[in-house]
Design a protein around this ligand. Structure first.
Ligand code: ADP
Ligand code: MG
Length: 244
């Protein structure tokens, strides 16, 4: 169980996140929608402490990190329970696909190289990229790079996988292959997933729950039927009319 309590984040005078409260079940698939600049990326980054919240707590199972008195060891454990997939892939340019997937296994988890490579190959197989294992990112399409990035995120066995607009940087014809990969993971339900996306139809089909954020707050939180098919909040209605 992942829980975010009374989480706020300010950059200087700007309050970007205002008292966010969320609970996400162990195998729940949550989509986050909302206009740009509303704090969605900041929320994901706070959930794994890539970014330090100003106040509030983030917990995963028994690890509780309170912004007011965080312990470095707890932050490290929290980070290791999560993995993130970014809009622009963030692959290491000087490493091949398989080396990208192996990286954390070798450096963080201290796995022997041969074993790490075997695990990495199995993950590349899972995302349909085994035949490109020895390619450098520059030789892969955006969709292929993103699938490698997903394999890399899976390598660390996250309890929660955070996706920050995983298809926003892709040419339209490459979006489908990445959504298909995410959809497959959603069906397996091995971990929780939080997906920030503008793909409303995808969110409707894949998510158990949809959260709409605006102005640094959670405006509505409900089932895809409630949020996407029968939106009642005017800000949400306006947002949906723009993106769909
Ligand atoms: P979203 O992902 O919903 O588009 P972000 O979380 O990226 O929104 O940003 C929310 C707000 O926080 C924006 O106004 C952005 O300019 C501001 N912001 C994000 N990161 C920083 C930062 N490191 N320093 C200052 N302001 C930031
Ligand atoms: Mg963002």
């Amino acid at each position: 169980m992942i829980s975010v309590k009374n989480l706020s984040k300010s950059f200087g005078e700007t309050d970007v996140l205002k008292d966010i409260n969320l609970e996400i079940g162990d195998d729940e698939i949550v989509a986050i929608l909302g206009p740009s600049g509303t704090g969605k990326s900041t929320l994901l980054r706070c959930m794994n402490y890539l970014c330090e919240p100003t106040t509030g707590t983030v917990s995963i199972d028994d690890v509780v990190v309170d912004a007011a008195h965080r312990k470095r060891a707890d932050v490290r454990v929290l980070r290791r329970k999560t993995a993130m997939v970014f809009q622009d892939y963030h692959l290491f340019k000087n490493k091949t696909a398989v080396q990208n997937v192996m990286e954390a296994l070798v450096t963080v988890w201290k796995r022997p190289k041969a074993e790490a490579r075997e695990t990495a190959m199995a993950l590349l197989e899972k995302v349909g990229m085994a035949d490109r294992a020895d390619f450098y990112p520059s030789k892969l399409s955006g969709g292929q790079q993103q699938r490698v990035a997903i394999a890399r995120a899976l390598a660390v066995h996250p309890q929660v996988l955070l996706f920050d607009e995983p298809t926003s940087a892709l040419d339209p014809e490459l979006v489908g292959e990445v959504l298909a990969t995410i959809r497959q993971l959603a069906q397996e339900r091995d971990f929780a997933m939080v997906i920030v996306t503008h793909e409303v139809e995808f969110a409707r089909q894949v998510a158990d729950r949809v959260i709409f954020m605006d102005g640094g707050s959670v405006v509505v939180d409900g089932t895809p039927e409630q949020i996407i098919e029968h939106p009642s909040d005017p800000r949400l209605q306006k947002f949906l009319s723009y993106v769909s």
